[in-house]
Design a binder for this molecule. Structure first.
Ligand code: SF4
Length: 363
């Protein structure tokens, strides 16, 4: 069996149960859990294994669910509209959200007594093969998605490198819960690894993050990451899934909007309809009234681009010029119906055809 890939961003701490020469405890620095991992154990995500004092990635190359998706499905509405992204994930996640829509993939290693063996049944697709798939399917880029890409960072990074060797113009985007460490983002920035990151801000409440997702550090690191990503010039969009009884009330929505608006009112903000799933199968779907109220609150607080997702409500996915009110992009589901923006294709900037207002994004 091939040796497992050594992880990035960890430190040998020593001591612990496997202490002594060549073994001992390590600390993973890839996400805000900053797990202290004993020799022979995995971190909270169950995909990073301390093997004799060396942290290794169990999920390297273990990609699954390959699909060619419209970029709007991620959702990205202000990033290369109408383009297609080769999409995949790997088993595992650094969250354990009670209503996860992808729980069969995200929670697979955690639900196993032997996380290492979970990956034996997943075929290996090396980064070079991923790059070739992107070209074969004539995709405009690659979306690291379905499960949290942070926890397969080494693999994603090598996929980016291999793709750039054969096609420099392909984009690379993370669909993330935003719990990655600042150290990980530093690598992304330094290497210009990603073009866009879509971050899921679930709650403006630390206790809810801990209870629902197992994220003990709460919402602040995620908000800080949204700020870091936006200010770094990497394209950023934010989603907020409205879970009935947890965050679909006006007070919760106001708090979430305030956090995003405090960074920039230009950040596209998507409120998504929740459907019962996993350990929240007893909770109903989000009411249309809650979605409409969320949009009203966000627009009232000056957010310039607000969307409703997983719904057929009128105008849910349309981009409206915040200055003159013209509909500049019409969407239906994940499809682009009409794009009347004036786009500078060299700079990927766009402006409203009616009033000339600049529209945030990478078009
Ligand atoms: S990626 Fe996060 S959850 Fe996984 S081992 Fe590292 S710090 Fe822990």
């Amino acid at each position: 069996m091939a040796e497992l890939k050594e992880a990035l961003l960890y430190e040998k701490i020593g001591g612990g149960k496997g202490g002594g020469k060549g073994g001992g405890r390590v600390q993973c620095r890839l996400c805000n859990h900053y797990c202290l991992i004993e020799d022979g154990s995995t971190g909270f995500c169950a995909v990073r294994l301390n093997e004799g004092g060396t942290l290794r990635s169990l999920s390297y190359g273990k990609s699954t669910g390959f699909a060619v998706d419209p970029i709007e499905k991620k959702p990205f509405y202000h990033f290369r509209p109408g383009s297609t992204a080769l999409s995949f994930g790997t088993p595992g996640c650094n969250f354990r959200c009670l209503g996860c829509q992808n729980w069969d993939l995200s929670q697979l290693p955690r639900s196993s007594k032997e996380p290492k063996h979970v990956f034996d049944s997943v075929p290996t697709t090396l980064p070079k093969q991923v790059a070739e798939l992107c070209l074969q399917h004539e995709c405009d880029g690659i979306a690291y998605t379905y499960s949290e890409p942070t926890i397969f960072f080494e693999y994603a990074r090598d996929c980016v490198t291999e793709t750039k060797k054969i096609a420099k113009d392909k984009y690379h985007v993370f669909v993330s819960n935003g719990y990655f460490s600042p150290q990980m983002l530093e690598i992304v920035k330094k290497e210009r690894m990603l073009d866009a990151i879509r971050i899921d801000l679930k709650f403006a409440d630390d206790a809810r993050y801990a209870d629902y997702c197992g994220a003990k550090a709460g919402f602040k690191p995620i908000v800080e990451n949204i700020k870091r990503v936006f200010e770094s010039g990497i394209h950023c969009e934010v989603i907020n899934l409205l879970v009935p009884g947890l965050n679909d009330d006006e007070d919760s929505i106001r708090k979430t909007v305030k956090l995003v608006a405090g960074i920039s009112k230009d950040i596209p903000l998507h409120f998504l309809k929740f459907f019962p799933n996993y350990r929240k199968s007893d909770v109903g779907a989000t009411a249309d009234e809650a979605l409409l109220s969320a949009r009203e609150i966000a627009l009232g607080k000056g957010m310039r681009f607000v969307y409703l997702g997983n719904t057929a409500l009128p105008g849910a996915g349309d981009t409206v010029c915040p200055k003159c009110g013209s509909v500049v992009v019409r969407r239906s589901g994940f499809g682009l119906v009409e794009n009347s923006l004036i786009v500078d294709e060299k700079r990927h900037t766009a402006k409203c055809p009616s009033c000339g207002e600049a529209i945030y994004g990478s078009w």
